[in-house]
Ligand binder design. Sequence first.
Ligand code: SF4
Length: 391
Amino acid sequence: MLRKIMLNDHIGGPALSQVKKGDYVKLGQLIGKPEGLGANVHASFQGTVTELTDVSIIIEADEKQPEEFMKLENKENKLEMIQDAGIIGAGGAGFPTHVKLNTTLEDGCIIVNAAECEPILSHNIALLNVSGEKIIKGLKEIMTLTNAKKGIIAIKPKHKKTLIHLGKMVKDLEDIELFYLPNIYPAGDERVIIREVLDVELEPGQLPLVANAIVTNVETVKNIYNCIYEQKPVITKDLTIGGRVNGCSDGKAILDVPIGTTMIELINNNGGYQKNHGEIVIGGPFTGRSGSEESVVGKTTGGCLVAMPFPQETRKVGLLECECGAEKGRLTEIAEAMGAEVIASERCKRMTEVNGRYRCDLPGECPGQTETVLKLKKQGAEVIIAGACED
Ligand code: SF4
């Protein structure tokens, strides 16, 4: 079977292929290296390279895949190992982890983001339940690397079972503690985490480093553990299947899916479509994008959600954009799928432009949207599709 491995899952330019057509690649073999900012790419399937493009490598995968993968070189310098492993922020941003961790946090802290903010998604909590020890060990490694004095796991108290499990693990550790996040969306936004945990209000565009902290996703910490303790490169991804998939409506967490697995395989292997399904959303319901059955799992793919068919809409539509939810492109895509005419688009009033990108001033402290709704109505909107998480 042909497998597509993307070379551009990370922030930065696509990695450059290290293989050529006809090469036989082993599971875990380095097949892509970045030029400048980026991350290494490893073969998540063993087989023969059949095609190369600027952004992907196609492998005719062997029918039987080995359990053993090619191990990374064990080095003294753990940051180098993290770079070798091709680790990037698995929570969605895709920023290279070796760059993020290449800093010193005197008296600072590492915050593990376990907010699991998007509805349905549940794989980070599932990971904490089954591999909490790995997360604690991975967190300790990050603290050593950065000289951080404290590690904090930020989680919502509604995950009671996980809290009890983690609580037992950290109760005798002086330098690691749990922090309860409010049950709001978007509690997982880095600036919300810093505000809630450290009581520091970052400006839009400012990084947690300003507050002497680094925020990292649960799965990214697992990948660091895997790299340091098992010499394993990033060749699998944790994700949630949900929506109109038989038996998965409320979200089914699946850990360690090979990168390059297609959406239709995930759906078919987990119950198949329910009748009357709509688009496949890759990611969470709020910030996900429309995908296809052939879309493949990448290093930041958090969800494979099957939606209901879109209702059709004949009224004129106004779009209300949110920085932490659906932005204009996604809202337009939804309106088009509904057969609707988009007449106007407005941003939540808390969105401000920073370096050419709109950011939210106070994520999670959402204002009423009456004023924006009236603006849309004035422009002829008869109905509104809102990406904003309130009102
Ligand atoms: S304040 Fe506005 S832009 Fe920010 S999260 Fe809330 S609705 Fe979205």
